[in-house]
Write a protein that binds this ligand. Structure first.
Ligand code: ADP
Length: 346
C-alpha cells in the first residue's frame, strides 16, 4: 500500500512539474521565435536600405548554403532562422526530458519522505490494536473457560458458584482497568495538548496522594509529602493522573511498612518532582524499556503478584511530553527507585 501511494504521489509531483516546465518552454519557444523573425525582418530592411543608398554588389545567389549566404549579405536567411528554431526545439525537448528524469527521482524521494510519518503512524496503530487485542484475549479466555467448566458440571455446589462469580468479577475488574488504561492512552495519543492552566504543583501532588492513600494503607506504607509550592502551566487532570500512576507503582512495587516520598524542587525555569520508594527496584536492562507500551519488567517475584498491564508508564511519558517536560528514573535492585519529572515553570 505504501509503495503504490508513493508511486501515485510521485506521479502527481511529476505531473505538476511537467505542466509548469512545458508551459515555460512553450513561452520561451514562442518568445524566441518571434524575436528571430523580428531580427530577420530588421536585418532585411537594413540591408535593402544599404543596397539602395550605396552602389552595392549584387546579392549572392540563393543556392549558396544558408550560413555563407547570410555572411555575404550581412544578415540571417529564412533557412538559418528555421534551423535556429529547430535547434531551440531540440534544446527545449532535451531540457524537458532532463527535468522529467530528475523530477521523477526527486519526486519519488520526496514522496517517500512525505509518506513515512503516515506509514509510521499506521504501523503504530496496528501494533497498538494487536497488543491490546492480545492483552484482552488472555483474561477473556480464562473467564470463558471457567464459565464453561462450571456449566458442564451436572450438579454444581452453591459454594462453587459463589467462588466462580467472585473470580469472574475479579477478571471483569481487571478487564475494566485495562480498557480504562487503553482509552486513556488513546486520548493522550492525540497530537493536541489538553487545555493548560496555571496550577500549583502542591495541589496536584495533594490530590494524587489522596487518591492512592487507601492502597498505601493496605500495605501500611507511609506517604511523605516534601513538596514546595510553585506554579506550572499544565492540565490538572492529566498531571494528577501522572503522579497517581507513579505513586501507585511506588506502592505496588514496595514491601509493606516502607516509606514513599514525594518532593519537589525549583531550579532555574523548571520544577523537579520526584517520587521515591524503597521497593524492589528495576533491573538495569529493563530501565530503557519500562516506558514502552505493555512492557512489564521481569521482576518475576512481583510480576505475578502485582496487577498491571504495563501501560501506566507509557501514559505518564506521553502526558509529560505533552507538557514539554521530561521523565527519568534511577533505580537499584532491592534498594528502590526514584522517578523524576521535570516540568517548565509557568
Ligand atoms: P504496570 O501496570 O506493570 O505497573 P507500568 O507501565 O506502570 O506498568 O510499569 C512498567 C514496569 O516498570 C512495571 O511492570 C514494573 O516492572 C516497572 N516499575 C514501574 N515502576 C516501578 C517502581 N516504582 N519500582 C519497581 N518497578 C517499577
Amino acid at each position: 500500500m505504501f509503495h503504490s501511494a508513493r508511486l501515485t504521489l510521485t506521479a502527481w509531483y511529476l505531473l505538476m512539474i511537467m505542466i509548469v516546465s512545458l508551459l515555460f518552454s512553450t513561452v520561451v519557444y514562442r518568445a524566441l521565435t518571434l524575436e528571430f523573425e523580428r531580427f530577420e525582418r530588421m536585418q532585411r530592411v537594413r540591408i535593402q536600405q544599404k543596397l539602395e543608398t550605396e552602389q552595392a554588389l549584387p546579392p549572392p545567389p540563393d543556392n549558396l548554403r544558408p550560413r555563407i549566404r547570410a555572411v555575404l549579405i550581412g544578415g540571417p536567411s529564412p533557412e538559418l532562422i528555421q534551423e535556429a528554431k529547430q535547434r531551440l526545439l531540440i534544446i527545449l525537448a532535451s531540457v524537458n526530458t532532463g527535468i522529467l528524469l530528475i523530477a521523477g527521482g526527486v519526486g519519488y524521494f520526496l514522496a517517500g519522505r512525505t509518506l513515512h510519518p503516515i506509514q509510521d503512524m499506521v504501523d503504530e496503530q496496528n501494533r497498538f490494536i494487536s497488543d491490546a487485542s492480545h492483552e484482552l484475549r488472555t483474561p477473556l479466555t480464562a473467564l470463558r473457560t471457567s464459565l464453561e467448566v462450571y456449566l458442564r458440571d451436572k450438579s454444581p455446589a452453591i459454594t462453587d458458584a459463589r467462588q466462580l462469580i467472585s473470580d469472574s468479577l475479579q477478571d471483569v475488574e481487571q478487564l475494566q482497568s485495562l480498557t480504562d488504561s487503553l482509552l486513556q492512552l488513546s486520548q493522550f495519543q492525540k497530537p493536541e495538548t489538553p487545555p493548560l492552566e496555571a496550577i500549583q504543583i502542591k495541589d496536584i501532588l495533594k490530590s494524587a496522594l489522596r487518591k492512592v492513600k487507601p492502597l498505601a494503607l493496605t500495605k501500611n506504607i507511609t506517604l511523605t509529602d516534601r513538596s514546595k509550592d510553585c506554579t506550572v502551566m499544565g492540565n490538572m487532570t492529566a498531571l494528577t493522573e501522572v503522579f497517581m500512576l507513579l505513586l501507585d507503582n511506588a506502592i505496588k512495587y514496595s514491601p509493606s511498612d516502607t516509606v514513599v516520598t514525594v518532593s519537589s524542587e525549583q531550579k532555574d525555569s523548571v520544577v523537579k518532582v520526584s517520587v521515591e520508594d524503597k521497593g524492589v527496584g528495576i533491573d538495569e536492562q529493563d530501565i530503557p524499556h519500562i516506558f514502552e507500551r505493555f512492557y512489564r519488567a521481569d521482576n518475576s517475584r512481583t510480576k505475578n503478584k502485582t496487577h498491571g498491564y504495563g501501560l501506566g508508564l507509557s501514559i505518564v511519558k506521553r502526558v509529560i511530553e505533552l507538557h514539554n517536560g521530561t521523565i527519568t528514573v534511577k533505580s537499584k535492585k532491592n534498594k528502590g527507585s526514584v522517578f523524576t519529572v521535570k516540568l517548565p515553570l509557568a
